[in-house]
Ligand binder design. Structure first.
Ligand code: HXC
Length: 222
């Protein structure tokens, strides 16, 4: 018997961008454990298959659709498939993100644009495409932000700009869509262990890592 049947999200449908890895995959699995049917979006089909397979093996419901969140038409297709195959849409988690370390002085315009397009435009695309469904009976949007949105951070000017944009857009959408019964929020995780972001950003040197952890209230990665 499934361990997922009686969760608090039983009967709900969730769509998670960046659902094939890292924070998005973790959230997708928790949503499924709580009974939600889940659509996973990401660029790499094999990652979606792996996460979806893990959820299904435990008795949950998950499907995946390879999608680049920068392409509105593809995002809209995925949203429509979610609603038709899973029976609606109640929850959107925007977790797809791009990141690399680069000094601002040598970052190309295209490099800046790539991250802003994945993080900020991608979040707009999924919110916009989902509105028609979320507004039917109310729903919730949660976008994954980052401390870089608020804290001056070297080598992260592209990420900071994108995440700060997500923060402001979230407030605007919360105002515009609250009347339609849609809650719009961000979550701002710090460094989360075993994610692609940390593999790209965290220093390899254990002593430097230990120093970074000292600045965190719990003294460890999430
Ligand atoms: C400088 C770089 C670069 C690097 C790419 N670019 N990597 N510039 N340093 N390391 C430049 C390229 O030269 C190019 O510009 C432009 O960016 C686009 O690169 P592409 O490879 O063509 O783009 P694309 O294939 O779309 O890749 C997007 C990407 C990539 C963001 C560049 O790294 C990616 O998709 N990463 C996977 C997702 C990811 O990183 N997830 C972790 C997110 S963690 P030119 O000018 O040459 O054309 C996170 C928060 C962590 O967001 C917070 C922790 C506290």
């Amino acid at each position: 018997m499934s361990i997922f049947r009686e969760g608090i999200l039983k009967g709900r449908v969730a769509l998670v961008t960046g659902g094939g890895s890292g924070i998005g995959a973790g959230i997708a699995k928790r949503l499924a454990e709580q009974g939600a049917k889940v659509m996973l979006l990401g660029r790499r089909p094999e990652m979606l298959d792996a996460v979806g397979g893990e959820i299904r093996a435990k008795g949950g419901v998950a499907i995946g659709q390879p999608t680049d969140v920068r392409e509105y038409a593809d995002v809209e297709k995925a949203v429509e498939r979610t609603a038709s195959e899973l029976g609606g849409l109640d929850i959107v988690v925007s977790s797809a993100a791009g990141n690399f370390l680069s000094p601002a002085a040598t970052l190309s315009a295209n490099g800046f644009k790539a991250v802003v397009a994945i993080d900020l435009l991608g979040t707009f695309n999924v919110c916009r495409a989902a509105f028609a469904h979320l507004s039917k009976q109310g729903g919730s949007i949660v976008s994954i932000s980052a401390p870089q949105a608020f804290v001056p951070t070297a080598l992260q000017v592209h990420v900071g700009a994108a995440k700060a944009g997500i923060e402001k857009m979230t407030r605007d959408l919360a105002l515009e869509w609250g009347g339609a019964g849609i809650r719009v929020n961000t979550v701002v995780p710090g460094p989360i262990e075993d994610t692609e972001g940390m593999r790209r950003l965290a220093p390899e040197d254990p002593a430097t890592q230990a120093k970074m952890k000292q600045r965190l209230p719990l003294g460890r990665w999430g």
